[in-house]
Every structure is written in structure tokens, then in C-alpha cells.
Design a protein around this ligand. Structure first.
Ligand code: PLP
Length: 412
């Protein structure tokens, strides 16, 4: 770690990996992973409750994914020209999401969200966007906005390095607050290009949408002419094959995808109706591009995963495992079960192993605790970052309430 800190800012290539939020001074350095487990360079073995923050629905080194990538790599890793797998992956995505007629592949969720916003602005010829506090959409400037002084105010930069001008067209409202959203649309609606939202908030604990929240956003968009952008980077292919749109029956104008779509390799995607998507270059006037977009290895891995997700039994199994853990939670309402399915692998550690459990599901009062302890009441709401189970002893490393901060939201 000392060497890493000398060579890499903070020793990590994404802030959350520093594990400061869970009170760790020397974060894990991983040597390898297999299934539900990962092994550090020191040889410690952990149950991995993080799964790279979402992409690995079949666990580490999933044999089918590994084989698909192995097969692809021998044919070349990037061409700067189109490949068949890009079309096949697009077909998997459009088949799963009825609201997506056309999709463009990019290399990360950040890029997908940023591009979707640009497309929404280009298609509507409007500048303003509305986002919700606590929702993370990657680290594009316009989306790193914090709420100002009121419930529906123009945003201010949430981090150094973002100019005020970049967030001055970003309106920020509290999540699940339909009144604030309606007021914002009333006030800024004519200039509103889009409303972007995590349909199940996964970056401030797991917060399911309040009944009527997503439906109201749909109506507000229809009334104002703004586009509804559902950021399904976490929920897509996770809480259902067709994401939150399928689960909650909401139609998106644009959908942002990432994580699972690449089967653990770098990918992002955004899509919508052919009409809107045709505004993109080279057909339309909204520029967007990427040297490694639709990369052969990422599309191979994505296909190896998405094709198996056609089988409804996979989601039944996710729900089953989610329900079975942990028993002390007692009966749970369906909405919470759905949210649970976001992050679970469902494998209990052997007692002699150290279990690593980085948690982010406190928004609904749920935690996954391999050794079945119950969180302190104060920790059941707000943002719990982690619980560690170390050699048979469970301790809550640190439970923190955190605000809408970019370093709190960024995954991976
Ligand atoms: C909902 C959501 N959108 C966008 C992103 C950004 O994706 P990436 O980290 O691939 O840039 C994330 C990352 O966790 C996310 O959770």
C-alpha cells in the first residue's frame, strides 16, 4: 500500500476503494476471486459481499464469462471498427428493455449517463436537467451537483474542479419527494431537458421508490416535454431482466446501463426510442464517440452473462437467496425484497474465514450480516457503509450517515 500511495493518488484508482468510509486504513489488495470469494495478496480469503459494486451477477471468474473472453481475446482486443458482438449485445439489451429500440455502447456508466444527458439536451433543445439528492450518476460535471438552499433549487458544485457554470442548469430535489419535483417542474419545466433518476436508489443505502414517485416523474415529464432518463446502471438486469422499468412498469425515454451489461468488463450503454437515438452522430447532430466503445472483450463477457439472464430461473434464484438472508429480519414486504436483490450473493462464510461485508442497504433497514447480528437502531437509517465479520466476531466497523457526496456515491 505504501508503494501504491506513492504512485497513485491515495493508493487507489477510485476513491471508494480506499475504504475510508468503513474505517479501514489499509484497504484490501486483491490477488484473485472465485465465485463468492476473493483472496488478498496476503492470502486472506473473504466472502465478497461487494461483487465489484454490482457487475458480477454470477460471481468472480465465472467460467462461462472467462471462456467467452478467452475466445474473444485471441481474435484481437480492439479494432476501431464494428464487430458482430456489438450488434448481438444491442439485441440482448433491446429485447430486455421494451423502451429501448436503439442502444449505443460506451465504456462506463459515467460515460453513458453523461452521453444520455447530452442527447436529452440535444433532442429537446433545452439545457436544464433535474436530478435527485443521493442519486449518483457517475462523475460528469453536470451531475456532481448538490442541492442549494431550497427543496428544488439549482445545483451547486459538489466537488472542487466543477465550475459553477457546469451545475447551474442542474436542479436538485430530494429523492421520493413528489411535491418538490412537481414544484421544480412548474418552475423550470419549460427549459427542462430531462429528469434523471435512479429508479431504486442504490447509492445512499438502498432506497426503493415511494409508491407513485416514478409514476409522478413520468407524468411530470409528459406534461413538460422533458425526457425521463432512468439510470439503471445498478438496477438494469439486476432487479429484473428489464430492470426497474419492468419491475415497476415505468416507461423511460432514455435508459442508462452499465455494470452487469459488461459481465465485469468495462462497459456502459444508453438507449431509447429510434427517434431519440437517431439524434446521435453520425445520423444526427449530437456528437458522442469512444475509441474503445463496444470493445470486443467487454461485449463477449456481456453476452456470456446477458444470454443466461433470459432464463427467469436466475431471477427466481436471486429472490430466493435474497429472502433466505438473514433469517432474523423476519417477513419483509415485497418492495424491500426487490431492493435486497440488488446486492446479494447468498453464500455463508465458513467460520474460519474472514468475511468481508461492505454494505449499502441500510436505507430500508436491511443488512446482510454473515454471522447474524443486528445493527444498532441508529444505524438502520441513513447510509451504512460497512459491516465486517472478522474471524467469527462481528463488529460494526463504522456506520455513518452520509450526505450526497461524490466520494460517497462513486462505486468501484
Ligand atoms: C446508478 C449509477 N449510475 C452511474 C454510475 C457510474 O458508473 P461507472 O462507475 O461505471 O462510471 C454508477 C456507479 O456506481 C451508478 O451506481
Amino acid at each position: 500500500m505504501r508503494r501504491a500511495k506513492r504512485l497513485i493518488p491515495g493508493g487507489v484508482n477510485s476513491p471508494v476503494r480506499a475504504m475510508r468510509a468503513v474505517g479501514v486504513d489499509d484497504p484490501l489488495f486483491v490477488r484473485r476471486g472465485e465465485g463468492a470469494y476473493l483472496e488478498t495478496i496476503e492470502g486472506d480469503r473473504y466472502v465478497d459481499w461487494v461483487m465489484s459494486f454490482g457487475p458480477l451477477i454470477f460471481g468472480h471468474a465465472d467460467p462461462e464469462t472467462v471462456e467467452a473472453v478467452r475466445e474473444a481475446v485471441g481474435d484481437g482486443t480492439t479494432f476501431g471498427a464494428s464487430t458482430e458482438r456489438e450488434v448481438e449485445l444491442a439485441a440482448e439489451i433491446t429485447d430486455a428493455f421494451p423502451s429501448i429500440e436503439q442502444v449505443r455502447l460506451v465504456s462506463s456508466g459515467t460515460e453513458a449517463a453523461m452521453s444520455a444527458i447530452r442527447l436529452a439536451r440535444g433532442a429537446t433543445r433545452r439545457d436544464r436537467i433535474l436530478k435527485f439528492a443521493g442519486c449518483y450518476h457517475g462523475h460528469a460535471d453536470a451531475l456532481l451537483a448538490e442541492a442549494g438552499s431550497g427543496p428544488a433549487t439549482l445545483g451547486v458544485p459538489a466537488t472542487a474542479g466543477v465550475p459553477t457554470g457546469a451545475t447551474s442548469d442542474t436542479v436538485v430535489c430530494p429523492y421520493n419527494d413528489v411535491v418538490a419535483a412537481a414544484k421544480a417542474v412548474e418552475r423550470y419545466g419549460e427549459g427542462l431537458a430531462c429528469v434523471i433518476v435512479e429508479p431504486v436508489a442504490g447509492n445512499m443505502g438502498v432506497v426503493p421508490p415511494a409508491p407513485g414517485f416514478l409514476e409522478t416523474l413520468r407524468e411530470l415529464c409528459d406534461a413538460s416535454g422533458a425526457l425521463l432518463v432512468l439510470d439503471e446502471v445498478i438496477t438494469g438486469f439486476r432487479i429484473a431482466r428489464g430492470g426497474a422499468q419492468e419491475r415497476f412498469g415505468i416507461r423511460a425515454d432514455l435508459t442508462v446501463l452499465g455494470k452487469i451489461v459488461g459481465g465485469g468488463l468495462p462497459i456502459g450503454a444508453f438507449g431509447g426510442s429510434a427517434e431519440i437515438m437517431s439524434r446521435l452522430a453520425p445520423v444526427g447532430d449530437v456528437y458522442q464517440a469512444g475509441t474503445l466503445s463496444g470493445n470486443p472483450l467487454a461485449t463477449a463477457a456481456g453476452l456470456a452473462v446477458l444470454r443466461r439472464l433470459r432464463d427467469p430461473a436466475v431471477y427466481e434464484e436471486l429472490e430466493r437467496r435474497s429472502r433466505s438472508r438473514p433469517e432474523e429480519q423476519g417477513p419483509r414486504p415485497a418492495s424491500r425484497r426487490n431492493a435486497d436483490a440488488l446486492f446479494q450473493q447468498g453464500v455463508r462464510p465458513r467460520r474460519k474465514w474472514r468475511g468481508f461485508c461492505c454494505e449499502f442497504c441500510a436505507g430500508v433497514g436491511v443488512r446482510y450480516d454473515p454471522l447474524r447480528r443486528v445493527l444498532p437502531a441508529h444505524a438502520r437509517t441513513g447510509r451504512i457503509r460497512a459491516a465486517f465479520a472478522i474471524r467469527g466476531d462481528v463488529r460494526l466497523a463504522r456506520a455513518r450517515r452520509r450526505g450526497d457526496r461524490p466520494d460517497a456515491g462513486g462505486r468501484g
